[in-house]
Design a protein around this ligand. Structure first.
Ligand SMILES: [Zn+2]
Length: 477
């Protein structure tokens, strides 16, 4: 039996085990850094398969590492399991129907992501055992992907440093190895403290925190002309200092986000924004405190590994849907407003832009095969897998888990991440990652790992990891 057939048949035989774990995590949606149930559920699953567990890594109670095997090569598979606020929704319901009004829900499919990655690690562990192969497979339980930068804390703690390769995936609309580079992001809050005073009778006694915010924004907007070509600056008021114009505002705050194609540029811009904040404080006689919130490095796909992922995707083949899946997908499509297929990425479908658009309009589920497509592409969004890609050669795969046109982070997504559509996607992802990882263990002379490492040294470079936030920032829980 081929490597692919062995992996696929293991995962198919045990599909109910993994589907039930993904449903349990969906039933207990937890926000970033509070994923106690998901963490325990996946830890239990991996422990039952003989993995050695290191809990509470990198100062986070819901981060863990599970390891099986010994010696080289060492391959890591990352899973996430945090939910999103306000996205509670009944499974498979195609009208808005929260289970808990205002409660969290798996509107990004991380119940599938975490479980699919754990399933891949378990499938690889059985492949190694069945063939008496040397090496170590590790599952990384990664909290707080949604804005919490869980993997950046783990990267800062050096947890990925001894890996030969790392893999991850994300629920998506289409099937493809992940070729896109993604932006680095770094964010900070700026809180100004002034002195309150009556605006008419004693304005000379007051020092306005709101004035400081406004001057900071003026300064930052003048900085725009001098940003590196790929950098973007976003800001929002967190507190505009109150609602009474006759009181000099004593406290006000802003949040700034800087994105750029490299983490070095993003950090350099953030430092200039910090100087502007200090300048605004000096001008207004206020003080400023800077609170870093999150950050992720730019994602650099390792092409050697991404190509290998492409082979795995081709061997595994497309997802086979049945009439019930299509019926649910058609209902979901009907619940979406406007032309929901507009602007969906097509670059890695193997179709032209026009062909992809027609396909998206005429198909509710992505049932085409996926393959590696060699194309330079820079996605404007960010992911904390970026931090891992700066520590070790990393590859990812995008796997369809919902109806084409479903926007990310919506109740429609929550409805589908506990459905056969989502579950088929999760098993597909587990198969692709496990086949790809098993190929590395099977490659006895280590040529693939050497080639991936050589590319990594050229594009990223060992020991060059720059944490997107200062060392004194600790996880919130
Ligand atoms: Zn996500």
């Amino acid at each position: 039996m081929s490597l692919c057939k062995q992996i696929v048949s293991y995962l198919e035989e045990n599909r109910d085990v993994f589907i039930s774990a993904s449903c349990d995590i969906w039933d207990h949606p937890e926000l970033a850094f509070h994923e106690d149930y998901a963490c325990a559920r996946l830890t239990g699953l991996l422990e039952g398969e003989g993995f050695q567990i290191t809990p509470h890594v990198a100062g986070m109670s819901t981060a863990f590492v599970a390891q099986w095997g010994a010696g080289a090569p060492v391959v890591g598979i990352m899973g996430e399991y945090d939910a999103l606020p306000n996205l509670s929704q009944q499974a498979e319901h195609t009208e808005r129907a929260p289970i808990v009004e205002g409660g969290p829900g798996h509107g990004c499919g991380h119940n599938l992501l975490g479980t699919g990655s754990a399933a891949a690690a378990i499938a690889v562990r059985h492949y190694l055992e069945d063939h008496g192969l040397p090496g170590t497979v590790r599952f990384y339980g990664c909290p707080a992907e949604e804005g919490g930068s869980g993997k950046a804390y783990m990267a800062r703690a050096g947890l990925f440093q001894d890996l030969d390769a790392a893999f991850c995936w994300h629920p998506s609309r289409y099937l493809s190895p992940w070729m896109a580079r993604m932006n680095a992001i770094t964010a900070a809050e700026f809180w100004f403290q002034g002195v309150a005073a009556h605006a008419a009778s004693a304005p000379h006694m007051g020092r306005s925190a709101l004035d400081a915010c406004e001057l900071m924004n003026v300064g930052a907007n003048y900085l725009r002309e001098h940003l590196p070509p790929t950098a973007k600056l976003h800001y929002a008021y967190l507190d505009a200092g109150g609602k009474a114009p006759n009181i000099i505002p004593e406290r006000a705050g802003l949040k700034y986000i800087v994105r750029s194609s490299t983490i070095e540029d993003a950090v350099a811009v953030r430092k200039r924004v910090e100087d502007i904040a200090r300048g605004a404080a000096l001008m207004t006689g206020t003080t400023v405190s800077i609170r870093y919130t999150e950050g992720s490095s730019n994602y650099v796909p390792n092409i050697v590994l991404t190509q290998l992922m492409g082979q795995a995707v081709e061997e595994v083949g497309p997802i086979i849907y049945d009439e019930a899946d299509y019926a649910l997908a058609r209902k979901i499509r009907d619940s979406l407003s406007g032309d929901c297929t507009k602007g969906i990425a097509w670059e890695f479908t193997g179709l032209s832009a026009d062909e992809a658009r027609e396909y998206y309009q005429t198909h509710v589920l992505y049932d085409r095969p996926g393959k590696f497509i060699d194309r330079e592409y820079h996605a404007p969004a960010s992911t904390d897998v970026g931090d891992v890609s700066h520590c070790v050669p990393t590859a990812q795969v995008e796997v369809p888990c919902y109806t084409i046109g479903t926007p990310n982070h919506t109740w429609q997504m929550t409805a589908q991440t506990r459905s056969t559509i989502g579950q088929k996607g999760m098993l597909e992802a587990a198969k692709c990652i496990a086949v790809c990882a098993a190929k590395l263990f099977d490659d006895r002379d280590g040529g693939l790992i050497r080639a991936a490492r050589q590319e990594f040294e050229r594009t990223v470079g060992s020991g060059s990891y720059v944490c997107p936030f200062p060392d004194d920032l600790t996880p919130p829980r």
